[in-house]
Design a binder for this molecule. Sequence first.
Ligand SMILES: C[S@@+](CC[C@H](N)C(=O)[O-])C[C@H]1O[C@@H](n2cnc3c(N)ncnc32)[C@H](O)[C@@H]1O
Length: 298
Amino acid sequence: MASNLLAGLVPSLYVRLTRQTGRGAGEEVPDDIAGYCMDSFTDYFDRLGVPRDDVEGWLRGKTALEYGPGDVPGVALLMLAHGAEKVWCVDRFSLVRLSDKNVDVLRQLLARLTPEQAARAEACFARPGDPASGLRADKLEYLVRPSGMSGLVGNVDLVYSRAVLEHVNDLDATYADMRRALRPGGVAIHLVDLRSHGLHRSHPLDFLCWPSWLWSLMYAYKGVPNRWRLPHHLVAARSAALQVDTPVVTAQLDAASVQAVRPCLDRPFRGLSDDDLAVQGFWLICRPMEGRMAGAAP
Ligand SMILES: C[S@@+](CC[C@H](N)C(=O)[O-])C[C@H]1O[C@@H](n2cnc3c(N)ncnc32)[C@H](O)[C@@H]1O
């Protein structure tokens, strides 16, 4: 609770003290991080059903919004390299750092691109070709907002995130924010990780047993999982006037495991079905409902 208070009062000090990267505590080398960014990028288009050869055609001239890029905007750079016109990255915490290591990640990404893609990416740096000079704000704009909201209205074609929606402090507001940001015909794609992020004790779901008020007292300002399960995401997306494709579940617990934790669950999770509780991660793709904005009556 004391560290939660510190995170609430001085978030910048908290993220520096805990050396947060957004990718967990493990030590990684730039080559691995670049590989992770490449995989994240291709995963989005594979899931959207865009053939790899068509990604540049699909992205050309489009704008994108990324929630929670972590400490290196590698995926955003790849969007620009493949023809996106502009990318906004929004985060609740100021994590992006142009450390030597992260500059090396950006260099390794450039080395993995075709000459045309690399030229597009290099033109996006403040000093063309020099990742250490940072990115031009007219190409990649980093928005740090305590609310985590982009505040964009109707100017985004693609919204994406990976391992972020399970951390946002106000899930309903985040879906409404992405709905407002999207242009008609735009699409949002998210990979959500519902595991405990190391905050369980003896059962992978026992972090759902803490009373909500206590969970909030311990963690509200730290960006740890908000604990919302798949049904809440679906309701939040639909209430925000987003049409949702059938989610693709990426990991699941077995029925016996869910039964074992059921007796201790906190109130918001008691009414969930075994199948919903079993979901440990999912892909969600949503599109703006025509003629309806977030917050409008159904
Ligand atoms: C687990 S990290 C994932 C980072 C990156 N997407 C990746 O795949 O490595 C979660 C990210 O979400 C950010 N985040 C937390 N709450 C947020 C919010 N309300 N809005 C936007 N970003 C948020 C964190 O600061 C962090 O950058």
